[in-house]
Write a protein that binds this ligand. Structure first.
Ligand code: ADP
Ligand code: MG
Length: 607
């Protein structure tokens, strides 16, 4: 029989250290972690037994049993799930293989500086959380695929022991974990405390959680209950215990579909983006059950990419249980469910947008970007489905507006949908051009998310109306204005060309601007790459050279224009340089040479 003493891997040690010395006030979540591991272990056994019934030879009365001894400060958690072999104990308990724990460790280090300890709850911290309350843990485990039982123990210092032993009487199959509670944590050996905790954190674990003769939970799965019997608390508790969240979800959907397609689903929208949402580690997908048997944690093809923030459970009776997880991924039935779910969820969002704008905005401010990316996906394959879910803030009243609402209230002399791009609402609101247009009665959408312009480029138009940036060089309110401008432009052509000469290559053209309001100049762009796109794209390594073709627009009604026309060459050059830099600043760009800018400005000012 083998017996080894091992060092914890460096990262595990770090995590352990954090747990042992944790000043986290919410230590109690360790129980949720251990019970969820026990439940997972039973799930795994049930799933494996679908193809190997032998594994269940020691019974299928699945249970999780808690036992406490107040006098000895001991708490015991036992399950009759899959257990672990000698090798598996090393793999699963000795190392942090999972990205979740790694991410946790990193966040924890950050949080120590920020004193934001709440993040423990946002992660599945797992097995090691037991060291928050225990100064020694002994684990016995017996896999149905192994002859021997394995004993693992550690005091939470740098090492652990693993040893193969004769079977323990009360452990035919599964895992038993004995916690020697720290003195200050002996409350966790009190029955009343345990009952409360299980109710609070593990109420909807789907196997009986027993304390003596008493069953502490109601293991009928939530999605099998009558909708009218489910309270918001039950949804929230289910969400938190199943998806390891500390906070209530933003909203939930409960779908019971019957007919040629049959399934039950409970879906949640989290109330913030998960920590790893924008990384490769993030796994899209829903938990999949068939006939109450857990099939997989994260069935990817149950939700489209643009709804990847959804968490939830789908249970269907129509799957054959003998198929492998790989084949499941291309299963016809699942594709049908997925399409149906997508339609239903979009329907719910549409309803929400109509009936509860405030709630929709909450959702939008967390996940709107994901929906907008959905529009861009695959050259716009989803755009019809999604275009009426998009909202933008606008100059109308700085509130959100849908594209339909915008188009419906466009004045008669407006042909296109106007937007303005910029860093933030505060900045775009102050743009002279925007103010001037607003004064004339036009509404302008605020594109303050970097992807907005890409999204509307994919949309191409809405209701036949094109999207026009008010800062594009070819922006014209309407035909009448265009003609007026053309005449003026012709008259001033020679002087504008001269200005262009003086400014050099950084500018493609100098022209007269319309709708500049009280400001003397503006920078606009011509061609495919807009100013905002330049900002976004040039941040990508290798793309530094990507530049929008810039046009300097001068306001013919501004006194500075007269001054420019009449000044000496040197002064004209200085003025133009200053005006150019100033326009860049207003547009949110950096200026190339701030010192020169300041010098020239001072020179002109002191004249
Ligand atoms: P997670 O549950 O997120 O995988 P944990 O730290 O909670 O992370 O557990 C680590 C691993 O240890 C599990 O993935 C599982 O393989 C194993 N494990 C933990 N508890 C049990 C148990 N009661 N029965 C069988 N295996 C277990
Ligand atoms: Mg776990």
């Amino acid at each position: 029989m083998r017996k080894e003493t091992q060092n914890f891997q460096a990262e595990t040690k770090e995590l352990l250290n954090l747990m042992v010395h944790s000043i986290y006030s919410n230590k109690e979540i360790f129980i949720r972690e251990l019970i969820s591991n026990a439940s997972d272990a039973i799930d795994k056994l049930k799933f494996k037994s679908l193809t190997n019934t032998e594994l269940l030879k020691d019974g299928k009365d699945f249970k999780i049993i808690l036992k406490s001894d107040k006098d000895k400060n001991i708490l015991e958690i036992k399950d009759n799930g899959i257990g672990m072999t000698f090798e598996e104990v090393h793999e699963n308990i000795g190392t942090i293989a999972k990205s979740g724990s790694k991410a946790f460790l990193e966040k924890m280090k950050e949080a120590k500086e920020n004193k934001d300890l709440d993040i423990i709850g946002q992660f599945g911290v797992g097995f090691y959380s037991a060291f928050m309350v225990a100064d020694e843990i002994i684990l016995f485990t017996k896999s149905p695929e192994s002859e021997t039982t394995v004993k693992w123990s550690s005091k939470g210092d740098g090492t652990y022991e693993v040893e193969e032993i004769e079977n323990v009487d009360d452990l035919v199959r599964g895992t038993k974990i004995i916690l020697h509670l720290k003195d200050e944590d002996k409350e966790f050996a009190e029955d009343y405390r345990l009952k409360g905790l299980v109710k609070k954190h593990s109420g909807s674990i789907k196997y009986p959680v027993m304390l003596g003769e008493e069953k502490l939970n109601n293991e009928k799965p939530l999605w099998k209950l009558d909708q009218k019997d489910i309270t918001d608390e039950m949804y929230n508790e289910f969400y938190k215990s199943t998806f390891m969240g500390m906070e209530d979800p933003l909203m939930h959907f409960n779908f019971k579909v019957q007919g040629s397609l049959e399934y039950n689903a409970i879906l949640f929208v989290p109330n913030r983006t998960p920590m790893d949402f924008y990384t490769k580690e993030y796994k899209r997908g829903l938990q999949l059950y068939s006939k109450n048997v857990f099939i997989m944690e994260s069935a990817e093809n149950l939700v489209p990419e643009y709804l990847r923030f959804l968490k939830g459970v789908v249970d269907t009776d129509n799957l054959s249980l003998n198929i492998s997880r790989e084949i499941l991924q291309q299963n016809n039935e699942l594709t049908k469910i997925s399409n149906n779910l997508e339609k239903k969820v979009l329907g719910e969002f549409t309803k929400l947008l109509k009936n509860d704008r405030d709630e929709y905005i909450k959702f939008w401010e967390i996940f709107g970007q994901t929906i907008k990316f959905g529009v861009q996906e695959m050259f716009g394959i989803n755009k019809e489905k999604l275009q009426d879910l998009i909202i933008f803030k606008s100059s109308h009243d700085d509130k959100y507006v849908t594209l339909k609402e915008y188009v419906d209230r466009m004045p008669g002399n407006q042909e296109d949908i106007f937007y303005v791009t910029g860093e933030s609402e505060e900045i775009v609101k102050e743009l002279p051009k925007l103010k001037a247009l607003k004064e004339k009665g036009f509404e302008i959408l605020y594109f303050t998310d970097r992807i907005d312009e890409f999204t509307t480029k994919t949309l191409m138009d809405y209701d036949g109306k094109k999207f026009k940036s008010i800062t594009a060089s070819d922006f014209k309110l309407n035909k009448e204005e265009a003609e007026k401008d053309e005449t003026l432009e012709k008259e001033n052509k020679p002087i504008l060309d001269k200005f262009k000469e003086l400014l050099g290559e950084k500018i493609a053209e100098v022209k007269l601007g319309n709708n500049l309001g009280s400001s003397a100049v503006a920078i606009t762009s011509r061609g495919e790459i807009s100013l905002e796109m330049e900002k976004t794209l040039s941040q990508i390594p290798g793309n530094e050279g990507i530049k929008a073709e810039k046009i300097l627009e001068l306001n013919p009604e501004h006194p500075l224009f007269e001054r420019l026309k009449n000044a000496q060459d040197e002064e004209v050059r200085d003025l133009l340089d200053i005006l150019y830099d100033q326009a860049l600043l207003v547009e949110g760009f950096k200026i190339e040479n701030p010192i020169k800018f300041a010098e020239k400005l001072n020179k002109i000012l002191s004249k």
